[in-house]
Ligand binder design. Structure first.
Ligand SMILES: *Cc1c(COP(=O)(O)O)cnc(C)c1O
Length: 414
C-alpha cells in the first residue's frame, strides 16, 4: 500500500470540510477575544496568590471570562478540581439532595460516572448512599436523538437533575450539538422550571459557535485538560451556568458561605488564560486530525463515526477496526509518533473502573490530557478505537502515517 498516496487522497477529499472548520475557528477566536476585552484582561491577572486567596483578581476575572463565553450568569474555573469526573461529581452533589432523582437522558453515562452515581462498585460517599435515586432514558432513532416524549414521561415529582452527555464517550452513539439539545431542554423547562439541566460538555467546547448554556442548559461542565484548556492548562475543570445552579455548586466546592470567595493559586492563571485563547485553534487542529483519520480509514473500507464530512459535536473519532490485532497495531503506531514516551509500547490492561481490558496511546506533555493526540479502546467487539486530540495537525498527520505503517508491518492492511 502506498500510505503517502492514500493520505494525500484523503487530505484532498477533506479540503472543503477543513475550510468550514477554519471559519468556525475565526468566529470562536473572536468570541474569546471579545470576552478578554470585556473583562480587560491584563498582566496583573497573572499574579500568583497564596493562602485563602481573597480578592484573587486572576481567579475572579477568569471565571467571568468563562461565564461570558458560555452565555452564563456565573462560572467556577479552578485548578483545584482534579478532573472532569470530579467537576461532574461536584455538580451532582451541589444540585441533588437526599430523596431526589437524577435522570440521564442520553443513556448510560460515561464509565467513570457509574461509581459516582452508585451504578457500579460501592464507593463510599456515592449518590446512592446519600439517598439519590437514578433513572435513564435511552436515545432514539438509532442513538442519534434525545427521546423527548420518553424524557417527559420519565419525569417524577422528585426528579431534580437531568444529565445530558454531549459526547459519545466509549459508546457507539451520536454526539449532540448544542442545538440538538434545545428541544428536550425547552420541553422539560416548560413543565418543570425547577429541574436543573446539566450537560457533560467534555470534548465539546469550541466545536460549534455556541455552547449548551446558550440553548437553555442550567450548567455546562468540562475538563481543562480537554478542549477548553487549549493544551496549555496544566489541570483543572470548569462549570458555567445560572446563578441559581452555581450558587449551590460553589457551596460544595469550598464550604457553604465561602463559595467562590476563597481558593488561591500559588502558580499563575497565565496558562489557563493562554490555553483558553488557544482553545479554538487547538480544537480545530484536533478536529482536522480526526477528520483526516476518518477519511483515510473510510478509503480503506472501514466503518467510522462520524463520517469525515458529517457535522461534529465533539473531537472524538470512532473507527471500527473489526480485529484485535489491527486495533493494537494502530494504537501502538500512534504511541510511537508521540512527542513524549514514544518508546512505550501500549498493551491491553485491566484499568480500574472499566469492565473490559483497555488499550491506550497517550504520549502527552500534560499527564493524560486528551486534547493532546491520544487513542483508546476497550478490547471488545467490534474493536472500535476512539481517537481524539492533536495539538497540531502536522503531528496528527504524522501519527496517522505511523499508525498505518505499524498496521502494515503486522500485515493488517494492504
Ligand atoms: C473525559 C470525560 C469525562 C471524565 O473526565 P476525566 O477528566 O477523565 O475525569 C466525563 N465525560 C466525558 C464525556 C468525557 O469525555
Amino acid at each position: 500500500m502506498d500510505i503517502h498516496a492514500l493520505i494525500a487522497k484523503a487530505e484532498q477529499d477533506c479540503a472543503p470540510v477543513f475550510a468550514a472548520l477554519e471559519e468556525t475557528e475565526i468566529k470562536n477566536t473572536r468570541r474569546v477575544l471579545d470576552a478578554f476585552r470585556a473583562e480587560d484582561i491584563a498582566a496583573r491577572h497573572f499574579a500568583p496568590t497564596t493562602g485563602y486567596g481573597y480578592d484573587d483578581i486572576g481567579r475572579d476575572a477568569l471565571e467571568r471570562v468563562f461565564a461570558r463565553l458560555f452565555g452564563a450568569e456565573s462560572a467556577i474555573v479552578r485548578p483545584a478540581i482534579a478532573c472532569g469526573t470530579a467537576a461532574l461529581s461536584l455538580c451532582l452533589f451541589g444540585l441533588l439532595l437526599p430523596g431526589d432523582e437524577l435522570l440521564s437522558v442520553t443513556g448510560t453515562p460515561y464509565d467513570t460516572m457509574e461509581t459516582v452515581i452508585g451504578l457500579s462498585g460501592n464507593a463510599p460517599g456515592n449518590l446512592k448512599e446519600m439517598g439519590v435515586s437514578y433513572a435513564q432514558v435511552e436515545m432514539t432513532e438509532n442513538q442519534t436523538k434525545i427521546d423527548v416524549p420518553g424524557v417527559l414521561a420519565a419525569l417524577k415529582p422528585n426528579t431534580r437533575v437531568i444529565l445530558i452527555q454531549r459526547s459519545r464517550g466509549y459508546a457507539w452513539r451520536a454526539s449532540l450539538r448544542p442545538e440538538e439539545m434545545q428541544e428536550a431542554m425547552q420541553a422539560v423547562h416548560a413543565v418543570r422550571p425547577d429541574i436543573f439541566i446539566m450537560v457533560d460538555n467534555c470534548y465539546g467546547e469550541f466545536i460549534c459557535e455556541n455552547e449548551p448554556t446558550h440553548f437553555g442548559a442550567d450548567v455546562c461542565v468540562g475538563s481543562l485538560i480537554k478542549n477548553a484548556g487549549g493544551g496549555l492548562a496544566p489541570t483543572g475543570a470548569y462549570l458555567a451556568g445560572t446563578k441559581r445552579a452555581i450558587e449551590r455548586i460553589e457551596a460544595r466546592l469550598t464550604a457553604p458561605g465561602l463559595g467562590r470567595e476563597v481558593g488561591s493559586c500559588a502558580a499563575s492563571y497565565q496558562p489557563f488564560y493562554q490555553g483558553l485563547f488557544m482553545a479554538p485553534h487547538t480544537v480545530t487542529q484536533a478536529l482536522k486530525t480526526a477528520i483526516l483519520a476518518a477519511r483515510t480509514f473510510e478509503l480503506l473500507g472501514m466503518k467510522t463515526t462520524p463520517a469525515f464530512d458529517a457535522p461534529r459535536a465533539d473531537i472524538i473519532q470512532a473507527i471500527e477496526m473489526g480485529d484485535p490485532q489491527k486495533l493494537i497495531a494502530f494504537v501502538q503506531g500512534i504511541q510511537a509518533a508521540s512527542p513524549i514516551d514514544a518508546s512505550a509500547v501500549p498493551e491491553p490492561w485491566d484499568m480500574p473502573g472499566y469492565t473490559d481490558q483497555v488499550i491506550m496511546a497517550a504520549g502527552t506533555f500534560v499527564g493524560g490530557a486528551s486534547i493532546e493526540l491520544s487513542a483508546d479502546a476497550p478490547m471488545r467487539e467490534p474493536f472500535t478505537v476512539y481517537l481524539q486530540g492533536g495539538l497540531t495537525y502536522a503531528h496528527g498527520k504524522i501519527a496517522l502515517i505511523s499508525a498505518l505503517e505499524s498496521m502494515e508491518r503486522k500485515g493488517n492492511v494492504s
